[in-house]
Write a protein that binds this ligand. Structure first.
Ligand SMILES: [Zn+2]
Length: 104
């Protein structure tokens, strides 16, 4: 009976450890994403050419590491926003761009 309880406690500890590890990993992925240029309106990618926008959209990866499918662009808060969706986890991934010639 004590052995069963011990086995249960070990299983619980392993499960909690995995959960914790996954939680820490997802938090660090989210932090990395927030520090990526283009991830938010406060941190837009400064565009120097139209081609740069296409390249940035093609290169962006979701927080889970999945590819991002482009859903088109939309203006928002005076910025150009490329909307996308992760093909792996279906999270919405928006990239923010600013055109320096429009700012001046
Ligand atoms: Zn994803």
């Amino acid at each position: 009976m004590d052995l069963l309880l011990l086995a249960l406690l070990v299983a619980l500890a392993v499960w909690t450890g995995r959960k914790l590890k996954r939680f820490v990993a997802s938090r660090s992925a989210a932090r990395h994403w927030r520090s990526t240029p283009g991830s938010s309106a406060d941190n837009p990618i400064v565009l120097r050419s139209g081609k740069q926008m296409d390249q940035a959209i093609a290169a962006v990866r979701c927080q889970c590491g999945g590819r991002v499918l482009s859903l088109g662009e939309t203006p928002r808060l005076g910025l150009r926003v490329a909307r996308g969706r992760c093909v792996e986890c279906e999270r919405d991934v928006d990239l923010y761009f600013v055109m320096p010639n429009l700012v001046n």
